[in-house]
Every structure is written in C-alpha cells, then in structure tokens.
Design a binder for this molecule. Sequence first.
Ligand code: PMP
Length: 407
Amino acid sequence: MTSFPIAQIRADFPILAQKIRNKPLVYLDNAASCQKPQAMIDSIVHVYSHEYANIHRGVHTLSVKATERFEQARETVRGFINAASHKEIIFVRGATEAINLIAQSFGRPSFQPGDEILISAMEHHANIVPWQMLCRQTGAVLKVAPISYSGELIYSEFEQLLNAKTKLVAITHMSNALGSINPVEKIIAAAHAKNIPVLLDGAQAIPHMPVDVQALDCDFYVFSGHKLYGPSGVGVLYGKQALLEAMPPYQGGGDMIRKVSFAETEYAGLPHKFEAGTPAIAEVIGLGAAINYIQQIGMAEISAYEAELLAYATAQAEQIKGLQIIGQAADKGGILSFTLDRIHPHDIGTMLDSLGIAIRAGHHCAMPVMDFYGIPATARASFAMYNTPQEIDVLMQGIKSLIEVFG
Ligand code: PMP
C-alpha cells in the first residue's frame, strides 16, 4: 500500500473504535452512507452551541454569523468541484431532491411529447423514477442505454440513442450497485456535439475521485452530503449558471423571493431562487467542514488508496470458490458486489453482522440492474478512505467461514 495516513484517519472517525457484537466494527457499507470525522461532528456541535440562528435577512449578530458560515460552506463546495461561481451551487436535501428539481424545473416546462431523456441501465432509482414521472407529465419518453455483462455502459449503443429528440442525458458517474465508472468525458462530448445537456449523478463518484465540473463540462452535477463524510439532509445541485437562470423555481416560499405582493412576486437571483424556506443550516456548515477535512488528505490520494483497497479485495474474492463478483468493469470504484452459491445475500449480511462486519444486502435501489443479472439481490462491500487491507482480510475470512458452514 502507498503511504497514506490511515492510522490518523481512523482515529479521526470516533465511531470506528466501536465494537459490534463484541468484535471490532468493520464498516463496509460506505456506498449507502459513510461515517463522520470528528472535525465534521465538532463543526455541527459548534454551530448549535455558539453560532446558530436562522440565516439571511437577519440583522442581529448571530444571524449574520450563521449566514457567513453558511455562505462560506457554499464557497467550500464551489472550490471542491471547481464551479465557476457560487451562484451555481444550490443546496438541496440530497442527490434525490436535486434530480427531482432538475426534472421538474428544467424538464417539465419545456419537454414535449416524443422528446427523449436518455439514461443508462445501471441507474439508481433516484435517476429513473423522477424521469418516469416527468414522462407521465409531459409525454416525453425514457430511453435506456444498455450495459454489458461486465457492468459497463455499451458506449456504441449509447451513442446511437443520442438523436435530435434527446433533450437530456442523465447518467451516473459511478454505479452504486456495480462500482462501474462511466466514461463521462466521452459521453459529455458526444452529447454536446448534438447540443444535448448532460446531468451527472455524482452521488457515488464524489467521495472517491477528484471532480472538476468545468473540466468535465457537465451541465448538472448532483451529490449527497452523507456519502461525502458529511451530514444527511443536505446535498448539492451544481448547474451551469445560464441553465439555472433560465429555469423557474422548484418550490415557492420564503428566502427565494425579492418582492412579494398579492398581485405579483419577483424571484430572488441565484442561488437563492432554488432554496425556498429555511435550509439545513448546521448540516450545510457540517458539509463544508467535511470537505475541508477531505481536502487536507487530498482527493487524489484518497482515490489512489481506495483503488489499492479494491484491487486487494477483488484479488482475494476471486480466490473464493462459489463467490461471483457482480460488476467487473475495467474502470471501477471501491465497490465489491457479490453473490455466493446457495446463500441468500440477506443471510450473508446477517451472518457477517454477527462478526462485526457491516455490509449491505439487497437491490441497492437499482432493481433493473438486479433484473439484468437475473438475481434478486447482491451482497455489497463498499470502501471508504478509512478502510484497511486488514479489514478486507476479516471480510474474506468471514465469507469463507459462511461458505464452510452453509454453502
Ligand atoms: N444516486 C446514486 C448513484 C446513489 O448511490 C444514491 C444513494 N444510494 C442516490 C443517487 C440517492 O442519494 P440520496 O438517497 O442521498 O438522495
């Protein structure tokens, strides 16, 4: 393993020191939600202890302070993904809300019957269902680019589906069920050549690799705070300013207006136009603290370390008879989805829990992916920067003992 300050990092995450069922916790459910560094927890405790008030419009000291912290967090997010302006960073509840916002605010006013939205066969339900709802509302049609058995987008088929009727490509940057990383640069270039905007679902990619929205040239990028070592209840919608300017508000209420009368309401400018009501103040500030923490370690370093973890885990898993890895894309992030002969994934999850190992078993909110492989579920171990090769050894030992007893 490359030099990586793993001992220090682990010490920064208090929950990792826990025992579960009398065994040291091995937390491998990071794709569902990851654990929190003390710096992030402290920032939330600090806000509520010393700097909490409702933000914007306040003239009193605490409100001004809370507003400054909130807007600083927006600037931190902007820098983290290299957006051109803070106006392009909209705080939402999570990736799910961000995609719904785009569907309803970008799609609904302008999509016509027969217009097409192109997704892939490896999407999370959050990047399927909002488009199905939009199709019902507008008469637009959902098109799905297929994947290969290894879990890769079949790029040639994707390209063929791009046409004059395609109004949006909405595709995951990295699959939560398979770990596959999509060739997003190529996808964006091909779509833009036909003037089609691209939304990237970055919920899984964002904690695992550097993301530069200007270099990618994506039109929208969405992610959730809780998968990025931050709090739940907060997420980010990045959109190019010109697109966001042209979109109507998603929700109406306080904070998103400039002037209200019964006759007429004038909306606020970006980013507030899309942030109706009191936001998740402490959580946004906590997300900023989580990003500051990550940046001290370095996304490139995290990415390289996790690649080694995945390679190590994959090599070990391949040695286990009766274990099938689901998703073997050449370009893959730290996710190991697998099945075992004759043992249901839910039983794998329950039995590993008795050894202190937290994995996820199920369809991972990607039922069409399970249908594609003809399986009801997979067991999924997913890695974060605080996981170690020793923990992977514990996982593999656990799997082997299951096979011995039940297989
Ligand atoms: N997209 C992907 C790829 C995901 O993995 C998830 C979370 N599992 C989501 C979208 C939705 O994120 P959230 O539930 O935080 O809104």
